[in-house]
Design a protein around this ligand. Structure first.
Ligand SMILES: Nc1ncnc2c1ncn2[C@@H]1O[C@H](COP(=O)(O)OP(=O)(O)O)[C@@H](O)[C@H]1O
Ligand SMILES: [Mg+2]
Length: 228
């Protein structure tokens, strides 16, 4: 049976800049099925980051709703939303966003420690071994290469075995060799755990591997957002 894990209804986002209202997303509706790999594609400035942030609960829409695993997250207060986000989602950013004062192992452990998981350290260690970074566990972010930082960030996104991983141009700051291994890693995890993967990218090579491509143009969907 098909399970819709993520649904957006008529999302809009408007920013007020001085006296002007700028519409960044307009009437975006979409559904993502559990286990799908969906790419959000579009030129720079088309609204990919805004959409991913709202879908993942990091940001709020100006209007419209987001339903995640059957829960309307737009209804939740920030205090209610934070644990839901931490439990159900992992986010991989273009700029890694690791905590500079924590080493690789501590960065990966962080989301599990937030929910007082006694196995946080074991899980983080297993993940770092899996991505070949066990020998770097004591390194701080500034002592890691770009590709290594992104692998740490992916481990951090995975530690609570989320149902959905959001990735915003995860290879945008990496060379082609590192990019390929990051995408391979994400796809392997997606296949292994049937994790839903929602990724913004403007790489055609990456998009070609997706189950479905959602095309954004000036904050609007170019094709239907329904399950393909
Ligand atoms: N905090 C903000 N305030 C005002 N405008 C913003 C803000 N964040 C994004 N925008 C605008 O929203 C549009 C979409 O941005 P973004 O979602 O980052 O696009 P993309 O990720 O596709 O490059 C851009 O025109 C950008 O300038
Ligand atoms: Mg962006």
């Amino acid at each position: 049976m098909r399970e819709v894990i993520l649904e957006a209804n008529e999302l809009s986002k408007t920013y007020t800049i001085g006296e002007r209202q700028e519409s960044v997303l307009e009437a975006v509706s979409l559904q993502v099925e559990a286990g799908e790999f969906v790419v959000i594609s579009g030129t720079s400035g088309s609204g990919k980051t805004t959409l991913l942030s709202i879908l993942s609960g990091l940001d709020r829409p100006s209007s419209g709703r987001v339903t995640m695993a059957g829960r309307d997250i737009t209804e939740l207060s920030e205090d209610e939303l934070a644990p839901v986000r931490n439990e159900l989602t992992g986010f991989v950013f273009q700029a890694f966003h690791l905590v500079p004062s924590l080493n690789a192992l501590e960065n990966v452990m962080f989301p599990a420690e937030l929910k007082r998981d006694p196995a946080a350290k074991d899980k983080a260690s297993t993940l770092l071994q899996k991505v070949g970074l066990w020998h770097r566990r004591h390194n701080y972010p500034q002592q890691l290469s770009g590709g290594e930082k992104q692998r740490v960030a992916i481990c951090r996104a995975l530690i609570n075995t989320p149902k959905i991983i959001f990735a915003d141009e995860p290879t945008g700051n990496l060379d082609s060799e590192n990019s390929r291994s990051i995408i391979e890693l994400l796809l392997e995890l997606h296949r292994e755990h049937n994790t839903t993967l929602v990724m913004a990218t403007h790489s055609g090579e990456v998009a070609a591997q997706a189950d479905r491509i959602i095309q954004l143009h000036d904050g609007r969907l170019q094709n239907g957002g329904g399950v393909g």
